[in-house]
Ligand binder design. Structure first.
Ligand SMILES: Cc1cc2nc3c(=O)[nH]c(=O)nc-3n(C[C@H](O)[C@H](O)[C@H](O)COP(=O)(O)OP(=O)(O)OC[C@H]3O[C@@H](n4cnc5c(N)ncnc54)[C@H](O)[C@@H]3O)c2cc1C
Length: 593
């Protein structure tokens, strides 16, 4: 079963749920013409269906190979990558000064969903290149930008992000890779990294590695980390490729999923040290890395949305074909497609609603980041930056959690065939699992949400958002549309739970931080369930306003389903946070007793 990008749903989420249209109207996007979004997504959808989706299974079955220090990707991948970058897809949101198209991040976010849905292991490569581009653009010297930025934006070269070492996973500050100053102003890097995505491959002539390392006189922990750009091949003055640099893949991992995405152990310094160039300032690497990671966290959230939509599309098709049992009350012989059964309908609706909510949250994050970068008014930029920062951990963790949940339901709908590899449902389930782990585990995202994002300025960004969401609820209530059922009431209760839980956490952050941390993950879920419900309601309201006939009913029913079955979990998640902390903190009696 192939993949078709759900363009009209994506446009509704982007324009209305995420607020792109309002931001364009307010002038925050300069002269960007929002009308071209549909055409861009249509073309991306075609490329994904025709070129990337057919390679998804091939990649899963063939994986990658490491031979003689070189990684080879699956059959057809280098050619697909060449076509993809030549068509300009890598350059969608890149800076025009370096050959990019300068389109909003929000448009690229929708494209990222499409690549991830069609072929998540393929899409991961440019996702990381984009993060490298952001870091280089924001922090690199003019000379580094001149040599590397254009090639990264065009996709002629790809980028990697290298943080992880065996003793330094979530705790990045524990990394040991060393950087020594060289007389010519460059650095010599020695050490090794693990789990490096696309650390080597055969899809491009060169790879630009972004590596975190520590100078000999650096302070301990995250304050002593610097970011270095290390090319696989050195670049000559005329732009041609020179000598092989001292950074090599020394191993590749065998994984649960994402078989086609190389996950490499990287060795630096076997021949005197890899030549690296400082990005930003010495010991300021975490700042640069956060630029990369925030971008990548949104990208990984979009992977969650993409894989969820792919699993949903496949399950829906299967449920319409597979016949088992009879619809209750139906007369006559023969069996019905399983989609007639309420329990199967429930699973499909859950898949669809979770996917749509996560999509809107991710797109809203991208719009906030766009406005933070593009608006002319400084106050608007500051508020948008706070909104983007608040939404990033939710976009990453909520979307990737639901990616796995939706893929799980996809397997369930297939029954036994879901457990058999040939349907592809199992691949989505396997591929989805890593997204909750890399780019900062979802536990780390939840901690970031509670301590840094809620914790900033007494929760100002959270309460401003709650206020805004209350406005949507009022509109639902004012519509007096019976098709919304109890959507308004359920969302109001959810917002109340979010507000109270946020205040409880703020108080505990000051008085008993461990209690706040114990509730971080359920709080993030509560946030996603409330925010997602309100955003789907706002999309349904927009669909009603545009009077899209049957389409209106589709969106209202989806919003209602989410509010009445997902957002209703908010009050019990509130209890999980506030009443559960004691027993979490008393866990040692059970776990170690
Ligand atoms: C396929 C794949 C691709 C990857 N790609 C890259 C890449 O390109 N570049 C790169 O640098 N890395 C990459 N990684 C590494 C990835 O980012 C890490 O695996 C991840 O950040 C978690 O680190 P860890 O595996 O050491 O787990 P650990 O940090 O050991 O965490 C184990 C568990 O403990 C929890 N935990 C840890 N610390 C805390 C804390 N302070 N509070 C609460 N809970 C905590 C975690 O949430 C997790 O559940 C990749 C990993 C994989 C598997």
């Amino acid at each position: 079963m192939t993949y078709r990008a759900p363009i009209s749903d994506m446009l509704l989420a982007l324009n209305h749920g995420a607020g792109l249209q309002a931001a364009v109207r307010a002038g925050h996007y300069g002269d960007f013409d929002a009308d071209i979004t549909a055409a861009v997504l249509e073309e991306a959808g075609k490329f994904a269906t025709d070129v990337l989706a057919p390679l998804n299974r091939i990649g899963d079955q063939n994986g990658i190979k490491l031979r003689d220090g070189k990684v080879t990707t699956s059959p057809g991948w280098p050619d697909a990558y060449r076509r993809w970058s030549e068509a300009g897809w890598n350059a969608v949101s890149g800076s025009e000064a370096f050959g990019g198209q300068g389109l909003p991040l929000a448009v690229n976010a929708a494209c990222t969903e499409i690549w991830s849905a069609a072929n998540i292991a393929f899409g991961l490569c440019p996702l990381l290149t984009l993060s490298a581009i952001e870091a280089l653009d924001a922090h690199g010297s003019d000379e580094l930008k001149r040599v590397y930025l254009g090639k990264l934006i065009s996709g002629e070269w790809t980028g990697t992000m290298q943080l992880t070492e065996p003793q330094a996973g979530s705790d990045v500050g524990a990394l040991r890779t060393r950087a020594e100053r060289a007389p010519d102003g460059s650095y010599r890097i020695t050490g090794s990294k693990i789990f490096i995505t696309y650390g080597d491959h055969d899809m491009t002539d060169n790879i630009v590695h972004f590596v975190l390392a520590r100078l000999p006189d650096a302070p301990a922990g995250t304050k002593g980390i610097s970011l270095f750009l290390i090319p696989k091949f050195m670049v000559n003055a005329d732009g041609s490729l020179g000598a092989r640099n001292d950074i090599h893949p020394s191993g590749v991992e065998h994984k649960l999923g994402m078989h086609a995405s190389p996950t490499c152990t990287m060795a630096m310094g076997d021949h005197g040290g890899a030549i690296g160039y400082l990005v930003g300032e010495e010991n300021q690497g975490m700042r640069c890395m956060f630029t990369m990671m925030n971008q990548a966290r949104l990208g990984v959230g979009l992977e969650g949305v993409g894989i969820a939509d792919r699993a949903y599309q496949q399950a829906l098709a299967f449920a319409q074909e597979r016949k088992q049992g009879r619809a209750i009350g139906k007369q006559g012989d023969g069996s019905d497609p399983i989609i007639v059964h309420p329990d199967v309908k429930r699973m499909l609706m859950q898949m669809r609603a979770l996917t749509a909510a996560a999509r809107s949250i991710c797109y809203a994050t991208a719009v906030a980041l766009d406005v933070a970068a593009r608006a002319t008014d400084a106050k608007v930029r500051t508020e948008a930056a706070a909104r983007g920062a608040l939404l990033t951990p939710i976009a990453k963790a909520f979307s990737t959690d639901i990616g796995s949940e939706v893929a799980y339901l996809g397997v369930q709908i297939h029954g036994g065939m879901g457990f058999i590899e040939e349907t592809g449902a199992a691949q989505h389930y396997r591929d989805a699992r890593i997204t909750a782990i890399y780019e900062g585990t979802n536990g780390i995202q939840a901690i970031d949400l509670v301590t840094r994002k809620l914790g900033a300025q007494g929760g100002a960004a959270v309460f401003a958002l709650i206020d805004e969401l209350s406005g949507i609820v009022k509109q639902v209530e004012a519509s007096n549309d019976p098709a919304f059922g109890s959507t308004g009431a359920k969302l109001r209760e959810a917002l109340g739970a979010l507000d109270r839980t946020s205040r409880w956490l703020l108080e505990r952050l000051a008085s008993s931080p461990n209690e706040a941390l114990a509730g971080a993950t359920p709080y993030l879920r509560l946030f996603g369930a409330t925010l997602g419900g309100c955003m789907l309601a706002s999309e349904a309201l927009a669909a009603r306003q545009e009077a899209h006939g049957g389409d209106t009913q589709r969106h209202v029913t989806l919003a209602r389903f989410f509010a009445e079955t997902m957002s209703v979990q908010a009050p019990s998640l509130e209890k999980t946070v506030t009443d559960g902390a004691d027993s979490v903190l008393g866990a040692d009696a059970v776990l170690l007793g």
